[in-house]
Design a protein around this ligand. Structure first.
Ligand code: SF4
Ligand code: SF4
Length: 440
């Protein structure tokens, strides 16, 4: 790992943030993108006391008119109208994970110039820390480390410890982007989840919930009263027969009931919450199932995003690419829409910056241990620190450079399969990807 990541990355993002604050003074700022990255930018600007944020822009009609961290979400058309009628050129922060290049081109066509009138969210956002509050899940999905890897020892993160960890992260990296309350576990197994969400609210940090929703959730009301900005539901299949192939132990009817219950609670307590359904596609998935879910999601005003399912953790993918015996996971690989062994990508070992998660992401287990990112699971191989409270971002990054899982992962180009690639067209990550792999 001779070449590689600049350890100044974090310092760079925080300095960029402070520089923007100094230079933009009273100029109107708009954030383009109302999902996770946009929410992260809003929260970071608020924490740094930017006073000139005027709004958020998003083409998703389920978002328009809502508030994100108190800022109204406008349609692009409305925004350009504001620009047309204003004497001041706005400053736009592109915070869209999807189609950022398209947004950049639209802004350029309207005369906005990069760095002068426009920057990327990656330029100013600090790292993401995914935190597991328990080590358990109610399901046993074959593609998940909960089923196909040695399970973590029983553990639950206490509220007091969580508060200390959040305070530590905020002090160490004040521009922390966001803190999802899950990695490979089901957060709604914690009946007191609302109290953890409240900690993040108080600290002004975007918290993310992702659930399989295949469990009884009498405590959902308390959580929704906390007005979460973003809520994700993750599954595949519409019928029980297809659903339980990938979500072993789950009940699709319960998922549906909970989705309707969630809408009632959102209408009552938190109409601004953005709900996204992550729909995983396997080679046996049916188009009819996806269409049926699209109809329900439209009715409930949830956005549906479909993805090719993959297998995790990365330690398993490394086994595949090393040519080791993988008979224990062959049944999962046979259900995927692609084959890891197709050797699509050349060796990229010397380019850790290819992976977005490499410099921006850590996973914290329920015991407080730090693992290299949210796609790994093995507490021995992927471990960076035994206790998040006793380490810093810079120490973690130094250890990441030498971590064997990261080295193997990069060597085999796994971030490319796992979508850990930054979609910011300006970033070195995208540039290197295009040089090495071509424009796909
Ligand atoms: S994929 Fe999600 S729902 Fe399935 S076992 Fe893993 S953590 Fe649980
Ligand atoms: S290189 Fe692989 S293991 Fe390392 S952070 Fe990126 S995705 Fe995770």
């Amino acid at each position: 790992m001779s070449k590689g990541i600049s350890l100044d990355n974090y310092t760079d993002t925080y300095e960029t943030l402070l520089k923007l604050k100094r230079e933009l003074k009273c100029r109107p700022i708009y954030i383009w993108g109302a999902k996770i990255t946009g929410g992260a930018v809003c929260s970071v600007l608020l924490r740094e006391k930017f006073e000139n944020v005027k709004g958020v822009i998003d083409s998703n009609t389920f978002m328009q008119g809502k508030k994100l961290f108190g800022f109204t979400v406008f349609s692009p058309e409305y925004f350009w109208n504001i620009v047309k009628n204003s004497s001041e050129t706005p400053f736009v922060i592109v915070a869209a994970a999807v189609r950022p290049k398209e947004i950049y081109d639209i802004c350029s066509a309207h005369g906005l110039i990069e760095d002068k009138d426009l920057c990327w969210a990656d330029d100013l956002l600090g790292p993401v820390y995914e935190v597991d509050l328990t080590n358990a899940c109610n399901l046993n999905c074959p593609s998940c480390p909960q089923s196909n890897w040695k399970r973590h020892e029983n553990a639950v993160m206490s509220l007091e410890r969580f508060k200390r960890i959040v305070a530590h992260i905020k002090k160490d990296t004040p521009n922390v982007a966001y803190i999802p309350l899950f990695c490979w576990t089901e957060p709604l197994l914690k009946k007191d989840l609302a109290e953890y969400a409240e900690v993040l609210k108080r600290e002004g940090i975007l918290g993310i919930i992702s659930t399989n929703f295949s469990l009884n959730v009498p405590h959902l009301e308390e959580l929704i009263k906390q007005k979460p900005e973003y809520f994700r539901i993750s599954f595949s299949g519409y019928t029980q027969e297809l659903y339980e192939k990938a979500h072993r132990g789950g009940n699709i009817e319960l998922v549906k009931q909970n989705m309707y219950k969630l809408r009632e609670l959102l209408d009552k307590y938190s109409p601004d919450t953005f709900v996204e359904v992550y729909y995983h596609e396997y080679n046996y998935s049916s188009k009819e199932d996806l269409q049926a879910w699209k109809k329900i999601c439209n009715e409930l005003h949830y956005t549906l995003a479909d993805f090719n399912a993959t297998i995790n953790p990365i330690e398993n993918i490394i086994r595949i690419l090393k040519g080791e015996d993988i008979s224990d996971i062959e049944n999962v690989l046979n259900t995927l829409n692609f084959d890891f062994r197709d050797k699509r990508y050349p060796d990229i070992c010397d380019h850790p910056e290819l992976c977005y998660s490499f410099k921006n992401m850590f996973c914290i287990t329920a015991k407080g241990k730090v693992l290299v990112c949210d796609c790994v699971y093995d507490e021995k191989q992927a471990l960076l620190a035994d206790d998040i409270e006793k380490t810093t971002y810079n120490e973690l990054m130094l250890r990441k450079k030498d971590n064997k899982v990261c080295i193997d992962c990069l060597k085999y180009g796994i971030p490319l399969y796992n979508c850990a690639l930054s979609s910011n067209p300006k970033s070195s990550v995208r540039k290197i990807y295009e040089e090495l792999v071509g424009k796909e």
